[in-house]
Design a protein around this ligand. Structure first.
Ligand code: UD1
Ligand code: CA
Length: 491
């Protein structure tokens, strides 16, 4: 099937106004790079359309983001303006009938709005339909110059506005649907007639109008959708809107949030119904959370999977981890790099779990580090247990069987194994394997000295008295010396 429609995303610019080493479209809002947000919207708007992204600044990084989303890329080098960018995409566009052009830095555009623009263009029988918006503050945007009959005569950039055009509030979103057989002839006529010496796509509008072609502009229903990210302030505002949208969608789907405006959730996060998110929670990356979970205040969960009925108490950090049904962690727990807590396992305060599996019902409730460990069902890890997994060169595994009791303050020097049902005495430094059902004890035997403390107290108070006396003598001596010296001076 010949492709009727191509979507061209302009993402080659640097973004000078952001004052950044990072190309504009690589900045993030709503938890994704701007260009990724745009490509997602394009794909949803017209799943059958090809998406071609024009890349330039930091092209490899932009490619690495958009190609996995199914877009192709075109290199624009050097970047000579938005009109030049479309020209560079000509081969990629091929023989398509229509092209939708979308800037890579207006990420709030909704799929429905793009789809609506395409429909309006096809119905309106115009050579181009511009998506416009009515803004209270149009500063910085190109303005739509309408004719008496309502069609469009031109787009005038901010810097070129005549005085009487300044108060036009209808702006160019930089999103257009073109009929390509009309666009190609005029795009060749663009001139770099501006301070930046660039070929402006916006200048194609007046050229089309001069040829007697019909140019339409459709006003976007929600002006927020066309906000660009030219400055850090705009970037922050766009991010804020994405966050609000995401929260609204999740609340619609049955998620409870308290003080929702303090909750930060990335675009790809999934949360099932009847989960409760307390204030100041962050759910990031590819996190998936089941139903009936409670995530308490201050917890940050990144790229992790939580099954149903998990409780994450206050101020936990969970990254790249898996928490099975009914798991409870925190407060102040840190789970990372492939921590896996099976059904009903519990991790308490000040416990760090790294690349370790805690089987069903394992408990590690206080002040513990478990790294590169596997811990069998129903084992209990006492307060202050440390797996000494690093020998300065390599990470070594600790294997603990089922129903093991590890006493408080134990160090397990890896590689080491503890068999099922074994018992480790508190305060042990375990350097050798402990077989099943054995007791491992590895510490100095205690020595108790009767009366030692009382004797020490007596000794201390006696020596205190002895120390005071010489001090008094010293003072008296010093006084006498002074007196003598004075007397000698008077003589
Ligand atoms: C552009 C429009 C302006 C509109 C505004 C909406 C022009 C001349 N002006 O201005 O009318 O109101 O968008 O946000 O088009 N790009 C390239 N190659 C280039 C230059 C730019 O790919 O050579 C890309 C940029 O990466 C960016 C997009 O095109 O994603 C828009 O460029 P930008 O410089 O942000 O244009 P604005 O000044 O915002
Ligand atoms: Ca812009």
């Amino acid at each position: 099937m010949a492709v009727d429609l191509v979507i061209v995303v302009l993402a080659a610019g640097k973004g000078t106004r952001l004052k950044s080493g990072l190309a504009k479209v690589l900045h993030r809002a709503g938890g994704r790079p701007l260009v990724s947000q745009v490509v997602h919207a394009c794909k949803a708007a017209a799943p059958e359309a090809r998406v071609a992204v024009v890349v330039g600044h930091q092209a490899d990084d932009v490619r690495a983001i958009v190609e996995p989303l199914g877009a192709t890329t075109v290199l624009q080098e050097p970047q000579l303006g938005t009109g030049h960018a479309v020209l560079m995409a000509r081969d990629a566009i091929g023989r398509a009938k229509y092209a939708v052009v979308v800037p890579g830095d207006a990420p709030l555009i909704r799929a429905e709005t793009l789809a609506g623009l395409i429909r309006a263009h096809k119905a309106g029988n115009a050579c181009v339909t511009i998506l416009s918006a009515l803004l209270h503050d149009p500063t910085g945007y190109g303005r739509i110059i309408r004719k008496h009959n309502g069609t469009v005569a031109a787009i005038v950039e901010e810097k070129a506005l005549a005085r009487e055009q300044r108060n036009i509030r209808e702006i160019n979103s930089s999103i257009y649907c073109f009929t390509l057989e009309k666009l190609w002839p005029v795009i060749g006529e663009l001139k770099p007639a501006n301070v930046h010496k660039e070929l402006y796509l916006t200048d194609a509008i007046a050229l089309l109008d001069q040829r007697g072609e019909k140019v339409l502009a459709e006003v976007a229903p929600d002006p927020q959708e066309v906000l660009g990210c030219n400055t850090r302030a705009e970037l922050a505002e766009v991010d804020r809107i994405f966050r609000a949208r995401k929260r609204a969608a999740l609340m619609d789907a049955g998620v409870t949030m308290y003080l929702p405006e303090t909750v930060l959730i990335d675009a790809d996060v999934e949360v099932a119904a009847d989960t409760v998110l307390e204030p100041a929670v962050q759910l990031l990356g590819a996190t998936r959370i089941g139903s009936g979970c409670t995530i308490k205040t201050g917890s940050v969960i990144n790229d992790s999977v939580l099954d149903d009925g998990v409780t994450v108490k206050q101020h936990c950090v969970v990254a790249n981890s898996r928490l099975c049904a009914g798991v409870m962690v925190g407060p102040f727990a840190h789970l990372r790099d492939g921590a896996e807590l099976r059904r009903g396992a519990r991790v308490g305060n000040y416990v760090e779990v790294k690349k370790s599996v805690l089987e069903e019902g394992v408990k590690a409730m206080h002040l513990t580090y478990l790294g590169d460990a596997t811990i069998g069902k129903s084992s209990n890890i006492g307060a202050g247990t440390i797996t000494c997994n690093y020998d300065g060169v390599r990470k070594n595994p600790t294997r603990i069987g089922e129903r093991v009791f590890v006493g408080s303050g134990t160090e397990l020097v890896a590689p080491v194994q503890v068999g099922d049902g074994a018992y480790i005495a508190a305060g042990s430094t375990i350097t050798q394997d402990v077989p099943a059902d054995a007791l491992g004890i590895a510490r100095e035997r205690q020595v108790t000295k009767d009366g030692w403390a009382a004797q020490r107290r007596m000794h201390l108070s006696a020596s205190a008295v002895a120390e005071v006396k010489p001090a008094k003598n010293e003072k008296r001596k010093a006084k006498n010396e002074k007196r003598k010296a004075k007397a000698a001076g008077r003589k």
